[in-house]
Design a protein. Sequence first.
Length: 437
Amino acid sequence: MAVHPSRVIRGRTTRLLEGRRVLVGVSGSIAAVEVPKIVRELIRHGADVNAVMSAEATRIVTPEALEFATGHPAVTQLTGNVEHVTLLGPGEDRVSLYLIAPATANTISKVAHGIDDTPVTSCASVALGGGVPILIAPAMHAHMAQNPAVAESLDKLRRWGVGIIPGASAEGEEKIASPEEVAAAVLHRLGRGPWTGRSVVVIGGASREPLDAVRSITNESSGTTAVALATQAHFRGAEVELWAGAMQVPVPPYLARRSWRSVGDLVALAREHRSALASAAAIFVPAALSDFTLEPRSGKIASRGQPQLALTLTRAPKVLTELRRWAPPPTRLVGFKLLAGEAARRLEEEGEALRAESGVDWVVANDIASMGSTSTEALVIGRGTVPHWIRGPKIEFAGLLLDEVGRDLANLDPVSPATPRGAAPRHRTARRRVRGH
């Protein structure tokens, strides 16, 4: 039996939206041409997607295109089947979230003022009255976005609990957010499990210890693991801050970011925000931090006539120890240990030594072979678990590590929003799909 293309891709990225239905309301912006991509991105995270369209939207993207994208006929008018009620009204079959994408200035203002004259706005009325979560992805000319009436309508919707997904300002337009950004907003709003609503800090990237005004000593790190952890925590509903040193990979715009440069800068940043650290559910530290630092020289060291240059390095502060002091239990502190060409037994020994000397709760120990790669192979040493390996792409590794630490949080917190699903297995692989709780 033939399988619809929408089913072939379901859950290819994650299954965090498995069992969730998302209704996409499409209004008449040229950005409607992006909706099939948005729909497919949601399906790749496991969602079942339906679409409802205004008459103006059908002039830009056809109902058949959205039926192909979703696997369901698009609703283009309300009939005796009262589609706005059957989709969003009370009952077990109602959708989990209503996403209006794109949302024109006209549609935004209508929703804010209770005007129901299209299938899209009628669905919004039922969703607002029935407590269905709503996200809006605006798309319009820049001057329309600056219209006080539109700004007032957006403020009103925010006060009502409607989430606004910001896009990019370019070429005189307020463009719709990318499919990945829209999907991230949906995942975050529908996050379930032990991370939902919890604060998470991820410290990543490389430290750079200044030698003079233009040179520095650094460690090798792309920041890929840190971005993967921050992204996956955001997907699971956590309130995430990424504290970023030198990064070689882009940081998604939906992640809150603080910057640091040297180990001293990072320690100062942690001291300044120690109350936020203490209130965090977990702190992950995959950063490549220098063990040594030096006093920078003023200006630029001249190279002409100097065949040699002697540097005096001193021990840098131990960041994990400081973090543990400012963020005691129950905050979960997850440290990373990098070794070069060591046997598995040595990784375990060094990981346990790091736990003992710094007081971290979890250690992720790996070899330099994973540096700069999109995949990782790491030995995970956690609370109450047997040391075990996680292997696979870094984005899936991050999800599996979060799921394990999340179970640790849930087991220790009886009022956690998640119900523990038992102890972690001895061996896990990131090649198995990341599943939500």
